[in-house]
Design a protein around this ligand. Structure first.
Ligand code: ATR
Length: 279
């Protein structure tokens, strides 16, 4: 252990937070770059009613960086000193950087989506389907539109898809028309369907997937979701949720430390860990 009085603290906050993979991912990165004497990463369970006090704590203790997860990504925004434009447009902050007491909010979730897809597909002019209309969907929609894709949103509750489509000036289709997925180039699942303990379900039936498509599942546990299995079976390009988690984390690492994260090391530790947990 390399922690000293000079070590800067980073942490994730969320509720619940017990299964957060951010400590594993970031601490492994710190170790690999031999900066684990400078930074350490932990996690704190923060109830919604304690969020304002939590921000006071971050200021009082001089916490260097904070990865913000559900359900705080929106609520935290009002307590920060500054929010970067992208996070304002997405309407959510998943990263806080503390520079000498000034707290700035960022959003790296959209980069998690874009950077993991762009390894296997281009975006310009592509038809992209976003399944879901929650917080993760907002980041995905923002990223896909920014990269030049034509986005269509489908959600179990049509009303939320319509509201998001209005806000981001894109299309929506009713849930009853899920079959339109067949004609899409890129599909991003941002719903929780398929997440443990719901691992036998897929948000998209196998017959709606074609081999020309790129499918990203934001669900990272189990490592191999039913949607990813379906995508592989159909010959589509399948991107695991772990890659999206990694990519958004690499951007956070850079914001906290000012240096590039060791991508391969952090990918391996995440995947190894998730595979061991495979049900
Ligand atoms: P997040 O911020 O992670 O996106 P969220 O805001 O709770 O989480 O959004 C969850 C998304 O998953 C929603 O789009 C939700 O659909 P509804 O708006 O209809 O609730 C979707 N979702 C959750 N369970 C689902 C299910 N069993 N079938 C289809 N969609 C589901």
């Amino acid at each position: 252990m390399n922690i000293s009085g000079k070590t800067k603290i980073c942490m994730s906050i969320g509720h619940p937070i017990g299964n957060s993979l951010s400590p594993l991912m970031h601490n492994t990165g710190f170790e690999k770059l031999k900066i684990d004497n400078e930074y350490v990463f932990t996690a704190c369970n923060v109830k919604p009613e304690n969020i304002e006090n939590c921000i006071k704590g971050i200021r009082a203790l001089g916490i260097r960086g904070v990865s913000v997860t559900m359900p705080h990504k929106k609520a935290i925004m009002q307590y920060l000193d500054d929010i970067d434009d992208t996070a304002v447009q997405i309407g959510a902050v998943n990263t806080i950087v503390n520079n000498d007491g000034k707290l700035t909010g960022f959003n790296t979730d959209w980069l998690g989506v874009v950077n993991s897809i762009q390894k296997v597909s281009s975006f310009a002019g592509k038809k992209a389907l976003v399944l879901g209309a929650g917080g993760a969907a907002r980041a995905a929609i923002f990223g896909l539109i920014k990269m030049g894709a034509n986005v269509i949103i489908i959600n179990r509750t049509d009303k939320s898809a319509i509201a998001l489509a209005d806000e981001f000036f894109c299309e929506y289709a009713p849930y009853s028309e899920l079959e339109r997925a067949k004609r899409m180039d890129i599909i991003v699942n941002t719903t929780s369907v398929g997440m443990h303990p719901d691992e036998n379900h897929s948000p998209l039936p196998k017959q709606f997937i074609t081999k020309e498509q790129t499918i990203l599942d934001a669900v990272y546990f189990p490592y191999e979701t039913q949607l990813i299995k379906n995508a592989k079976a159909q010959g589509a390009k399948a991107i695991h949720g772990a890659e999206m988690l990694l990519q958004q984390g690499l951007e956070q690492f850079k914001l906290y430390t000012g240096v590039n994260a060791p991508e391969e090391t952090m990918r391996s530790v995440l995947i190894d860990h998730l595979k061991k947990q495979q049900i």
